[in-house]
Design a protein. Sequence first.
Length: 149
Amino acid sequence: MENATNLTDMMNDLKTRVRFQNIPGDYTDYDYLYMISRGIKRLYVDTQRSSVYDTLTISPEVDEEGNETWYLNEVLPLDEREYVLVCSNIEFFKQLQGKFNDNVSYSTDAISVANADKPYLNIKDSVEKLEDERRITYYKMVRYAIGVG
């Protein structure tokens, strides 16, 4: 599709970035597409283009074999696609964080479990590193960082 961004490619990139992460439960393509859409929303909010965001559409194109390819009706430059992927990766880890945030150390009469909160702490560190990467990527998009975009 011309004048569009292939979100299926971005979704597959996100899956590759998180493929070694231990995920409780199954994530579908629609879950990853949701994370990409959240990253797109964050891009448009952070770059002060919320009125443009309201005109965006995400739609599938189905080939003759029934395979869906999802598109955004705007072409995102490489730096903006990277920003969306970093934000989507943050969204992924925040969802995982929600699954682990109530884990704590505890004891029973029979056993004592320590460091049950370790997955949460590791994910928190990953989110902080990704937030740093998001800020760095944003400032590399000079057109927005200095307000001329």
